[in-house]
Design a binder for this molecule. Sequence first.
Ligand code: IVH
Length: 711
Amino acid sequence: MSGRKAKDTAGIAVSDLSDAEASAELARLSDLIARADTAYHADDAPILDDATYDALRRRNTAIETRFPELAHGDGPSERVGAAPVEAFGKIRHAKRMMSLANGFTNEDIAEFVTGIRRFLGLSMDAALAFTAEPKIDGLSLSLRYEDGKLIHAATRGDGETGEDVTANAREIADIPQSLGNAPALLEVRGEVYMAHDDFAALNARQAAQGGKTFANPRNAAAGSLRQLDSTITGARPLRFFAYAWGELSEPLAATQSAAVARLATLGFSVNPDMQRCAGLDEMLSTYARIEEQRATLGYDIDGVVYKLDDLALQDRLGYRSTTPRWALAHKFPAERAWTRLRAMEIQVGRTGALSPVARLDPVTVGGVVVSNATLHNEDYIAGRDSKGAPIREGRDIRSGDWVEIYRAGDVIPKIRDVDLSKRPEGSAPYAFPETCPECQSPAIREPGDSVRRCTGGLICPAQAVERLKHFVGRAAFDIEGLGAKQVEAFWRDGWIATPRDIFALADRFGPGQPRQLKNREGWGDTSAKKLFDAIDEKREIPLARFLFALGIRHVGETSAALLASHYGTWPDLRRAMTEAQDTDSPAYADLLSIDGVGPVMARALLAALKAEGDEIDALAACLTIEDAARPVSDSPVAGKTLVFTGSLERMTRAEAKARAEAMGAKVAGSVSAKTDLLIAGPGAGSKATKAAALGVEVMDEDGWLALIGAL
Ligand code: IVH
């Protein structure tokens, strides 16, 4: 870098710079500003204070203005704060990286074990072993080894695609670069974390150097792994525990515990506190032991993970959309702290819900500084539950109150209790607004709904803009360069009002138009073009993401995935929803037959498609909505609609359904002209008769097992 020379010119007036000096200084500024952006956005560790940073940017603009021929179009003025995600390449995981379902009480754990027995059709006293191990509070990483060589490392990302952090992973001592005697193809998964001692030392070092300190070891680990400069990662004390695997060329072992032991012999660091448990009692006593050791482990954990030990049974249980049926995280109880509630405010969400938020005197809860907490809804503030029964023995929450905050994991902090002895004199109960604070429309509560909602619909600015933010969010369209800030600005200026407008941005504000994005403050030729390209790239979208992006009430990521895999294609889903508007129709029964779809979600989905069907169709028309990936497209039942009837003898109905779905089939509850195959066990009644009348193929359980290769 031209450091010395550039330093020489930094004090020279821009008008006095020669071309060569200007060019060298621009290069230096571009480099420095890029590093500062990365440090600030990706590392949570600024290397420049705001004033210096602003001064550098101003100097950069001044030089570019004076020497326009030297501005390359990729300098700092074209960049809008480097988002960390843009900096890393993407890696599609060969096998999805799953998350874990949570349990909190002993009953939850008992239900987990019973549920597995029920699913597999095992008696309640059949032996069933589990592993129990600490749940590390770090971030998960997938390592791919081919012929024993580390090929790449990827963060979890959205589970399907993660960030390529290979160079950084190579800097972590616990991660072997090469393995002896390993399967030809091996994906090892585990957690990157930072130990307490190392965290304290790192923060002390950062503070001494005037750098930013980290709030907790997890943030420090995440910030350190997601460094653009891998030498910085190398200087950070990161560790790695291996606890799972992805794609494999051959099985590691027959049980979870043996597979983890095998990972250890391959050179991975595995958790020494993993325990094999013979059943529920041992699981709970291991939980108690690990909880007791929590403070002395030397690193943060937030619970205990149970996994069914037998891998063949794990296989039979399979996965829900994002979590395995064979594992559960038993979370530790939330951390708590007392503080003063300063004010209560109302936020209006994308579905119009008026959400009360408490502004607090900042307080540390479980290592994180908390200054906001959710107040749920008006009943919660008033001290009663949705049925009118008292909570907190009926104590209400008021502005100025001394309140107890708790938070578990990443969830939004909540208020647990209020200390009436410290209530300021003259305080009044909170009057929950009956009009929307954003658009003044009436805010009403439907019978049975605990939430008051703004009736303004899309005329309510808060709803409109929140829906747009949701639409471009990470789990939805995930458009690079179009975040909450940009959406708000475009919306404020009337550039976008609906999701469809996003896809018209280039036509309306691109080259040749009277108003152009590149002329907006903070934008330039390159960044505008980049955004248009990023938007164009997302015209092709998986069905599940599209559904989730619509922001329909009760249709979250998981439900969207369920709907997508059930209906397969957008036209099929759309058609089925039109038919299902009639709740007596087979289409409605079919919708409700989806495991995980209940009447509340069904109603919300149908209502949204009825009210906004035209707009949604218009949006769909400017997109290419990819069919839902059928898990095994070459299976003999992929894309077929099956119905099970009568009793099955080799596996439970739940397992049969899950297996059929995992092979790409759709399982319906009733026989219709669309049914491809009826699997009829003993005692099959009217469904078999109907199938025969419709000419649907019928087979028995053995025929079915032979068909799917399970016999
Ligand atoms: S197993 C298919 N084991 O917790 C199951 N996860 O809340 C894969 N985690 O995404 C996960 N410690 O990042 C597993 N001992 C452990 C874990 C663990 C921490 C993390 C992991 C996962 C998250 C889910």
